[in-house]
Design a protein around this ligand. Structure first.
Ligand SMILES: [Zn+2]
Length: 308
């Protein structure tokens, strides 16, 4: 059965007998049926769940919800029964990145410098070794094959959140078949492929700055600039096992989302701060300080005052 979230746009696929009424990504209550469309690419690869539901719930409870003392009690004590295993669609990108670069390369050399100083009231001339850098400009081309960049294909799970539970061990990747997702919720890609491609290229471009920096000769370099062209790109849909807990603890704010990597158990989630708890703690500290002040100062000054 195909369902669509009105709130975050996720395109959910659930077993025919298993009709979800709330969105696992954003806890929106209105998930409606949509007709299947032929233009959504079928997954090519998938990774299986390794973490059991019990283990995932334990990780979510101990490492996410209970972790922060300052979290609102409604979040700390939230039920992890709503934690759901989802096959999240992602694009697996690989490509050949060809970069034209330019940089200033610094070569260090030492020079003997003559200087004058005052010693015992006399002016003396001395020498010392100083390190100097000679800068030359370098232009060149760097070609590198960049494999296995994952970017989200789900409008329910932003890429920066997916990155927080990466890496996945892609050695366990296998060809997709329906048996993989049987009994689970899975999602069809809900972000445009072109947008995901740009995202993947942007990730590669960021990565290349590190690679090019390491590639530069000389003792140091500056003004590194590069432009990259992409060739032999491949982009396939891959289903990733993720446990998701979406909480709407406050109707005014966006849902809280807690993630557990279904393969490695890595957790991610931002726990909000309860300002009521903070205010109570501040008040308590002030009361204790006030009490100490009264004890120490009045306790000492009063008898002296009486003595006068
Ligand atoms: Zn949703």
């Amino acid at each position: 059965m195909n369902l669509s979230c009105q709130s975050c746009g996720a395109q959910l696929v659930v077993a025919g007998n298993h009709r979800t009424t709330t969105c696992p990504y954003c806890a929106a209550p209105s998930v409606v049926e949509r007709p299947p469309t032929p233009d959504r690419p079928a997954p090519t690869f998938g990774l299986g769940f390794v973490q059991t539901p019990q283990k995932a719930r334990e990780l979510a409870r101990e490492n996410l919800l209970r972790r922060s003392f300052w979290a609102p009690s409604s979040v700390r004590n939230a039920s992890v029964e709503e934690l759901r295993g989802i096959y999240v669609p992602a694009w697996l990108y690989s490509g050949l990145a060809e970069s034209d670069f330019s940089a200033s390369i610094g070569e260090n050399y030492t020079e003997t410098e003559t200087y004058t100083t005052t010693e015992n009231g006399k002016t003396v001339t001395k020498t010392r070794q100083v390190t100097k850098t000679e800068w030359t400009s370098l232009h060149g081309r760097h070609t590198e094959y960049v494999p296995d960049v994952l970017v989200t294909a789900s409008s329910g799970l932003p890429n920066d959140e997916l990155e927080q539970i990466e890496p996945f061990d892609l050695r366990a990747l296998r060809r997709y078949d329906d048996a993989l997702v049987a009994g689970w919720i899975s999602e069809d890609p809900s972000l445009p492929q072109e947008q995901c491609l740009q995202q993947a290229r942007a990730e590669v471009t960021t990565l290349l700055r590190k690679r090019l920096s390491a590639f530069m000769p000389g003792d140091s370099h500056r003004n590194l600039e590069y432009s990259t062209r992409f060739h032999q790109e491949s982009l396939v849909v891959c289903l990733l096992p993720v446990w998701v807990l979406a909480l709407r603890h406050d109707p005014q704010s966006p849902p809280l989302r807690f993630l557990v990597n279904g393969q490695t158990g890595k957790v991610h989630g931002r726990v909000p701060t309860s300002w009521v708890k903070v205010a109570i703690a501040v008040l308590l500290v002030l009361l204790v300080l006030g009490g100490l002040y009264l004890l120490l100062f009045h306790g000492q000054t009063l008898p002296r005052g009486r003595g006068r």
